[in-house]
Design a protein around this ligand. Structure first.
Ligand code: CMP
Length: 145
């Protein structure tokens, strides 16, 4: 039974021309790309996506950054129930200075804020975040297939 998670190649990595390298890294790690789209988030969209962080000191900077240029939300799937934890291992710690060697953030992130990629932190959030960006029609036959 496959499981899914949501990744976002963030504006720093898209602007630096790292989108292809990051998707290739994720495919090498065993994920299949099930949906993706280049989007420029509006401020209300970024605020809603990161609503869980509202009130934290980094929230205004996070919203500014996520609306600063195009980003690439991507639905990732792998066999087994562990898409969320495997994805988080694959991207590495939030702060690239603390990320393990060979992780996406160690390779491509500049800082804790400009950190190249987002990933869902639980199965419930993965379902919410996939639904935030992709409609049922785009996922038909894929989500839970
Ligand atoms: P992400 O996985 O997208 O989830 C929330 C984001 O907030 C996180 O990655 C970081 O890019 C950003 N952020 C900026 N500063 C901090 C901080 N001090 N602690 C946690 N997240 C931060």
């Amino acid at each position: 039974m496959p499981s899914q998670t949501l990744g976002i190649v963030k504006p720093d990595a898209v602007a630096a021309g790292r989108t292809g390298a990051i998707l290739a890294h994720l495919e090498r790690a065993g994920f299949a790309v099930r949906a993706c789209r280049l989007v420029r988030l509006t401020r209300p969209q970024a605020e809603a996506f990161y609503a869980v962080h509202r009130g934290r000191p980094f929230y205004p900077e996070l919203v500014d950054f996520m609306t600063s240029g195009p980003c690439l939300p991507v639905v990732l799937e792998r066999e087994g129930a562990d898409a969320v934890p495997v994805m988080r291992d694959t991207i590495g710690a939030t702060d690239p200075a603390e990320a393990a060697a060979g992780t996406i953030r160690k390779l491509y992130a500049e800082s804790k804020g400009r950190n190249a990629i987002h990933a869902s932190d639980s199965d419930d959030n993965a379902a919410r975040e996939v639904g935030f960006f992709f409609g049922e029609g785009e996922l038909a036959g894929l989500w839970g297939a």
